[in-house]
Design a binder for this molecule. Sequence first.
Ligand SMILES: [Fe+2]
Length: 289
Amino acid sequence: MSDPLSGFGLGMRRPHYAHYVTGEAPVDFVEVISENFMIPGGRPIDTLSRARAHYPVALHGVSLSVGSADGPRGDYLDRHDYLNRHDYLDRHDYLDRLKALVDRIEPAAVSDHLCWTGIGAFNSHDLLPVPLTDEALDVVCRAIDRAQTHLKRRMLFENPSSYIAFPGTMPEWHFLSEMVRRTGCGLLLDVNNVFVSATNHGLDPLAWLDGLPLHAVGQIHLAGHSQGEHGLIDTHDAAVDPAVWALYAETIRRTGPVATMIERDGNIPELGELIDELALARTAEIMPV
Ligand SMILES: [Fe+2]
């Protein structure tokens, strides 16, 4: 197994593949969406293997679905929809395929989200919110136990961006703290998601930070968001907001250095622009909060 993730990285996106397979991108690590590479042969895994020769890799999944009441990763209806690779990863295959990818790439981190993406044969392809109840906490912890046991390694789980609140539920930071305590998993702290969620719920992002299990943070995400009709939306299509940089500066003051990366999935600029933005993260210790 490779060393723990450290330094400053970027999400490896298709327009920049050429810079990563040659090792010329000046980053300390890359993160990829696991499901895009969970196929044993062909160009995707070849590309990732070539990048892996130059960089530590973080595998970041979107389909484990630890919040599904019927267990992680449900079956899909249409396994012949080869236009979307996610559609033919079934429940058991999913963890086996992820394990095969882990064994092949030897990633520095393996993560997914606190969310659910489907149930039974239904797949939403969205990161849906988990009602933060004791019952859901049991479901999530069972799923994380199962995944970590299958992969024989600790995983990180990301705090979601949140747009609705279910009545009578616990604060997200309490849910995450219990999840970490009961499963031994780590936290992939998305600082932009904290800002988006806190703002949407009329709460202070610093107070949100106060409640999180910061001792368990193994990786940090930064990203841009947009103003929607009813609140902030985690769009990943813009530069990191100044308020999120300030929250990041306060975060690492509390955690110490943590592997940090920028996610950019829309309006993807030239790599150099993202490298310049990432350079800001390297100066966060001296940023005003
Ligand atoms: Fe994220």
